[in-house]
Design a protein around this ligand. Structure first.
Ligand SMILES: O=C(O)c1cc(=O)[nH]c(=O)n1[C@@H]1O[C@H](COP(=O)(O)O)[C@@H](O)[C@H]1O
Length: 287
């Protein structure tokens, strides 16, 4: 239950911090996804140096304007220890510039191993500690306990995959369980129970693809809803509005390639992010 000494984030809950950040900067999570094709388009080598330059441009472009920045861990991991080093530096720079960092690591394992993943991504002492991490509940939501507890105890958050944006997700996530609910609905309901009573919202989020025509009932979620799939995967602002309905204030749309393909100029990617923030102004009441 301790914050890092001197850490201005202190013990404030992630849900509170995210609520404030989106009120101030708008509801948008900008993804840093250094795909090899984007590195090439940006004139950068597909190695750790190219990754570092790509990340520096993103930090400069998004760190001061986006409420949340989401580095996709896979693209750093693909470069081994040199790539993970770049990820650590990038996350530290993003936080220093005022953005909340959501590490997109999609971790999920049996509880005892999950405790180690939790230490990596959510413990003050870890060089990889983020404000929040994405987690996969498909070994059972209960197996995520160590991560959810550490998140809540340290002013951090976690986003639980419920209904993902990819078409392959449906065969598992839309299957009906003996309770009569879909698997995805069961995940949403378990997360909702963790957020019950929190104000303005809880710190455990769910992930619901903006590409989906059928989505779980989010009426009791009382926590942030990350909506990837906007842009490159076909999701739109209208889809985000439809999915959240009257709970628009909980929405956190996530966009990666649709912004990054404007690079490599810092100004151009920043402008693309600002346009997207404006497009989602309706979520926070700005027109
Ligand atoms: O957790 C995620 O962010 C995520 C969940 C999901 O259901 N679908 C999804 O696309 N994502 C991530 O969101 C990003 C999507 O990037 P773009 O399609 O380029 O905007 C990638 O990093 C994906 O891994």
């Amino acid at each position: 239950m301790s914050g890092t000494a001197g850490d201005p984030r202190g013990q404030q809950a992630f849900g509170d911090r995210l609520w404030e950040a989106t009120a101030e900067r708008g509801a948008l999570c900008v993804g840093i996804d250094p795909h090899p094709a984007l590195l090439e388009q940006w004139g950068l080598a597909d190695d750790a140096d190219g990754l570092a330059r790509f990340s520096d441009i993103c930090v400069e472009a998004f760190g001061g304007i986006a409420a949340v920045v989401k580095p996709q861990v896979a693209f750093y991991e693909a470069h081994g220890s040199a790539g993970m080093r770049v990820l650590e530096t990038t996350m530290a720079a993003l936080r220093a510039s005022g953005a909340l960092v959501l590490a997109d690591a999609k971790r999920g394992d049996i509880g005892s191993t999950m405790a180690a993943y939790a230490r990596a991504w959510l413990d003050d002492r870890s060089p990889l500690a983020a404000d929040a991490v994405t987690v996969s509940p498909y070994l059972g939501l209960g197996s995520l306990g160590p991560a959810l507890e550490l998140a809540l105890g340290s002013g951090r958050g976690a986003f639980v995959l419920a209904a993902t944006s990819n078409p392959e997700g449906a065969s598992v996530q839309r299957a009906t369980t003996p309770t009569g609910r879909t698997v995805a609905q069961g995940m949403v309901d378990e997360v909702a129970a963790l957020n019950a009573g929190a104000a303005p919202m809880g710190s455990i989020g769910v992930v619901v693809g903006a590409t989906l025509s059928e989505v779980p009932d989010l009426s009791a979620i009382n926590g942030p809803v990350l909506l990837p799939g906007v842009g490159a995967q076909g999701g739109t602002a209208a889809d985000v509005a439809r999915i959240l309905g009257p709970r628009a204030r909980l929405a956190l749309p996530a966009v990666s390639r649709d912004i990054l393909r404007s690079g490599p100029s810092v100004g151009a990617v920043r402008d693309a992010a600002l346009r997207m923030i404006e497009q989602f102004g309706f979520l926070t009441g700005d027109q």
